[in-house]
Every structure is written in structure tokens, then in C-alpha cells.
Design a protein around this ligand. Structure first.
Ligand SMILES: *Cc1c(COP(=O)(O)O)cnc(C)c1O
Length: 332
């Protein structure tokens, strides 16, 4: 947890914290659910573990499987770029590329789990997987010295993370570890895949799936979120809001967080910061709220998302003369 004073100042806020999950063992928050799920699989005596995923979950499941000494099977749609699964491959996972959509890969994985006795972390042992993310709420309380935030901003794909964070706070409240105060839980999604935001804003109790997600925030591109309705309810019940941001706003937020706090996030974390900025500007977040932003994955996962939006290096001759003419050095 970082106290983000420079970010707070840039946004005109008093107290902002960044819960930094960019530096977990596999560089995203998915280590939290994956480690609980793989531990459960070991306890159950499962023959292998795996998941259906296109990125962060594949890497986390594969790493924890390697450590547990279990074979790992990962189902992906055949269309995804190989650099998205190179990390999982390095940990020794078996990658099965299904010629079809993500949903086709998911359905086949579920069928395979039954006949081969596999524990697939986000499918047949999902209830355990989800528990792991509660540690994001537990650690937040502990690291804020048991004085919880007023408002937390959470990126939303399937909605499982947001629900787990809310439950984590509720459980600590029931145990008397934190006060009985309200913590607003806000959901952040990218334009181009914002079914939870759309349902929240239209006051609907139904999620309209997004057929073709189109966003640089690939980790959040879940068009038909399994826990989407629960996410909408959790947001409403806690007095939070749901908001979405454009690719341009995401890129600006990635750069803002990097320059103010020295934290380099993938676009999902940019969505969190961009939503905070938007909510401050629209007055939904008041300047004296104590806010925690969940930044859930490392920028090195997808450098291509900002490559075109950062300055190119300046080229010079290998001479002092050439160096000292550079305007960025501001003269000798
Ligand atoms: C998976 C993921 C999320 C969202 O998690 P859900 O539980 O599916 O809502 C957010 N950020 C990153 C980086 C992720 O990989």
C-alpha cells in the first residue's frame, strides 16, 4: 500500500492510497485467487490444475501449479497472440489452443475437468478461488492501521474481485476489527466493455452482454461477466458508483500514476486511476474522502498499450558537443 501524496495533489484530493498488486509473484492480483485455488486442489488430491484464460490468470495458475508440483492445463482461444501466454508457458503449463471463441474454450475446459479429474481454478473450484481476493480488503485494513477508507475503486471484469473486496471488509466489520462505518465500493470499467457500468447507470437488474469487447484493457474485456449482477448490487448497496473511461483516458492515467508515484500499471490499473479522476471532476468523489485505488497488474504485461503514447528517445552523436545542445538538459 502506497500513500500516494503526489497523485492526490495532482487530482486535488487529500488522502489517496494505491494498493499495488503490480509486484506480486506473477505481476498481477490473480496470484491471490490462484494460490488459494491451487492449495485447495492439493488438499482435494486433484491430479492436475488449470484454467480457461488469456493472460494474467494463466500465468498465476501455472506458477502456483509449478510450485505445488502439479501438472497445469490452460485452455485459450486459438486466436490470441502468443506473447499473452509466454509467461504461463515458461512455468511449464500445457497450453491447449481451441479453435473457437473464449466461451468455446471455457465449455471444453469444464467438460475436460470432469473426465480427467482436474481442478480448474475459475471453473469447478471457483468458490475457493474467489476467497483469495478477500486478502485485498484484509491487507487494506491492516495497512491503514485498522482505520478503513471511505471509498475504494475496483476494476471490474467478471465482477468477482469487487465482490470479494466488499465481503472482506464486511467480514472484518463482523469480527470487530474495523468500525461499523460505510465503505463505498465503486466499479471501474473501460469504454468498449462496460456491461456492469451500463446496468448500473440504467438502473437495470439485468446485464446486457457485450458481444465484441473493444478496449486496450484486455484484462477487463469480459463481455458477459459471471458476477456482473452481484457487482451492480454490491456497488448500489455500499453507496458506490460505476463509471467507465476511454482508451485515451486510460493511457493518460497510466502515465499519471507512473510519473507521480513510480508505479507502472497495465491498462486495468489505468482504468482505476482514470475513473477516480473522472469522479473527482464530476464531484461524485469529494476532496476529503479517504480513497484506496486497486492497481491490479504490471505495465510490463502490455507495454504495447502505451508504446505509441510516450516520447521516443532522442538520438545524438557520441560527443559532449552533441549532448550539451540537448534542450532537455537545460544548458550547462
Ligand atoms: C482479472 C483481472 C481483473 C478483474 O477481475 P474480475 O474478478 O474478473 O472482475 C482486474 N485487473 C486485472 C489486472 C485482472 O487480471
Amino acid at each position: 500500500m502506497h500513500k500516494a501524496n503526489a497523485l492526490a495533489r495532482a487530482l486535488g484530493l487529500k488522502e489517496v492510497y494505491v494498493k499495488d498488486d503490480t509486484v506480486n509473484p506473477t505481476y498481477s492480483f490473480k496470484d491471490r485467487p490462484a494460490t488459494v485455488a491451487v492449495s485447495k486442489a492439493v488438499e482435494f488430491g486433484s491430479k492436475a490444475v488449470g484454467c480457461a484464460s488469456t493472460g494474467n490468470l494463466a500465468a498465476a495458475t501455472a506458477a502456483h501449479a509449478a510450485k505445488a508440483g502439479l501438472p497445469c492445463y490452460i485452455f485459450i482461444p486459438a486466436s490470441i497472440e502468443l506473447n499473452k501466454i509466454v509467461q504461463a508457458t515458461a512455468y511449464g503449463a500445457n497450453i491447449i489452443a481451441v479453435k473457437g471463441t473464449y466461451d468455446d474454450a471455457n465449455v471444453l475446459a469444464a467438460q475436460a475437468a470432469e473426465i480427467y479429474d482436474w481442478a480448474l481454478v475459475n471453473i469447478n473450484i471457483r468458490p475457493y478461488y474467489v476467497e483469495g481476493s478477500k486478502t485485498l480488503a484484509f491487507e487494506t485494513c491492516e495497512q491503514l492501521d485498522w482505520s478503513p477508507p471511505d471509498h475504494v475503486i475496483v476494476p471490474v471484469a467478471s465482477g468477482a474481485l469487487l465482490g470479494a473486496i466488499r465481503r472482506g471488509f464486511d467480514e472484518f466489520r463482523k469480527l470487530g476489527l474495523i468500525e461499523n462505518s460505510k465503505i463505498r465500493v465503486t466499479g471501474a470499467q473501460p469504454h468498449g466493455c462496460s456491461p456492469v457500468v451500463d446496468a448500473f447507470k440504467s438502473n437495470s437488474d439485468e446485464i446486457s452482454p457485450v458481444e465484441q469487447p473493444d478496449t486496450i484493457a484486455k484484462s477487463l474485456a469480459v463481455g458477459n461477466p459471471g458476477d456482473g449482477l452481484y457487482a451492480v448490487r454490491n456497488i448500489r448497496e455500499t453507496g458506490g458508483v460505476a463509471e467507465s473511461v476511454t482508451n485515451e483516458e486510460i493511457v493518460e492515467a497510466i502515465k499519471l500514476l507512473a510519473k507521480t508515484e513510480g508505479i507502472f500499471t497495465e491498462p486495468a490499473g489505468g482504468v482505476t486511476i482514470a475513473v477516480l479522476k473522472k469522479l473527482v471532476e464530476s464531484g461524485v468523489v469529494s476532496t476529503d474522502e479517504k480513497i484506496v485505488c486497486y492497481v491490479t497488474g504490471n505495465g510490463l504485461k502490455s507495454p504495447e498499450s502505451i508504446l505509441e503514447h510516450v516520447p521516443k528517445p532522442v538520438e545524438i552523436e557520441p560527443s559532449l558537443e552533441s549532448l550539451t545542445t540537448l534542450s532537455m538538459l537545460g544548458g550547462v
